[in-house]
Design a protein around this ligand. Structure first.
Ligand code: CP3
Length: 340
């Protein structure tokens, strides 16, 4: 087992900077698109052999230093009595949104062994097969709540904020249910063999630091601190979270994931150098010419300054327009430039 990625997460010395990509499995791959002609996305997530195949394909093709389980943040929520689907090109859609106490009561607790047995099974297949560590993941309570309350993707999260600020007791009960479920779900992935976890709070950047701290951080902290005894690195990521970085670290992260809006060195100063950092190349840069992409990738490495504790990644997921060959070339570039 090559544990380069795990050592970087622990800020231990590494012989080169490890790389993986959020959404390294997905529509930019012709093989994935071919599989999707015959299988729905949730069907792939719920079929351990298919989920494992898609997960491993990305690792083989790209030469990355970690695998991320192929699934979706809504998979556990769909197993909690919430009727949802994932629409092509749009994202998760919930037809009966959660907007009042009676709706929260419909969100059942999650028993991973009973409700999502296919997830641990996919993890078990992968840990036998892979020679890099597998990252388990979950959506953070706020990001999951945003889909439940809005009923689908949103730009401004107005309904979510209205519930959070207007009905704080109802909000808290929803967040409590979600944090218990997310904790159980992540623990199940680690117990099945995942070597690290990433908590995706993709949309937390919509909040002010004060609202994040009061209404969201306690739930994410319950998840991250509830994993502490397992001893696996905990990565905490969101988009547009420049002002939230110190709080996201305080919630209990070992590694903070940052998007491209904050230069890596500035982000690291905000997080503090007792934590590792993951990021943060703009995914759109991978669509530019090689010279431009190379320059931007070197800027990211320059921001890390060769300090231990940097995991190279994009600032958000791989875009569907991305060329697999360019992504592979980027992995090689990071490896070559950081070899020591
Ligand atoms: O390789 C990997 O990174 C693992 C796969 C993965 C998926 N979803 C598969 C997927 C991961 C880590 C996720 C997490 C996820 N899902 C997040 C958090 C990460 C982020 O991007 O911020 C969020 C917010 C979701 C919700 C969701 N599901 C969205 C916004 C979409 C995209 C809608 C679209 O079509 O553009 C999905 C669908 C989805 N999940 C796809 C994939 C590969 C799209 C392709 C498909 O439908 O097959």
């Amino acid at each position: 087992m090559d544990d380069l990625f795990l050592r970087a997460c622990r800020r231990q010395p590494v012989e080169r900077t490890p790389v993986w990509f959020m959404r390294q499995a997905g529509r930019y791959q012709p093989e994935y698109r071919a599989l999707r002609e015959h299988h729905g996305i949730l069907e792939i997530c719920r079929t351990p052999e298919l989920a494992a195949e898609v997960t491993a394909l990305a690792v083989r093709q790209l030469g990355v230093d970690a695998a991320i389980l192929f699934s979706d943040i809504m998979v556990p929520v769909a197993a909690m009595g919430v009727d949802l689907r994932i629409e092509d090109g749009r994202g998760p859609v919930v037809d009966s949104p959660v907007r009042a106490a009676a709706d929260v009561a419909r969100v059942r607790p999650l028993d991973p062994a009973e409700d999502v047995p296919f997830v641990a099974e996919a993890v078990r297949i992968l840990v036998k097969e892979l020679d890099v560590p597998l990252i388990g993941f979950a959506g953070a309570p706020f990001t999951l709540a945003s889909y439940l309350v809005e009923g689908g993707p949103s730009r401004d999260f107005v309904r979510t904020k209205a519930l959070m600020l207007g009905e704080p007791k109802v909000w808290r009960s929803l967040m409590d249910r979600l944090s218990s479920a997310v904790l159980a779900y992540l623990r199940a992935q680690v117990e099945a063999g995942a070597r690290a976890v990433q908590l995706f709070d993709s949309w937390a950047g919509a909040l002010s630091p004060g609202d994040y701290e009061e209404h969201v951080l306690p739930s994410s902290r319950a998840v991250l601190e509830g994993l502490a005894d397992l001893g696996v690195p905990r990565i905490h990521f969101g988009v547009g979270t420049g002002e939230l970085l110190p709080l996201m670290r305080d919630a209990g992260a070992d590694v903070v994931g940052v998007d491209w809006r904050v230069p890596l060195d500035v982000a690291w100063d905000r997080i503090g150098h007792e934590a590792a950092i993951q990021g943060n190349l703009d995914p759109a840069a991978v669509l530019a010419s090689w010279d431009v992409l190379r320059g931007k990738a070197l800027d990211v490495l320059g921001g890390a300054g060769g300090r231990p504790g940097h995991v190279f990644n994009l600032g958000h997921g791989v875009l569907p327009e991305t060329s697999p060959d360019t992504l592979r070339r980027l992995v090689d570039l990071v490896h070559e430039e950081t070899a020591r």
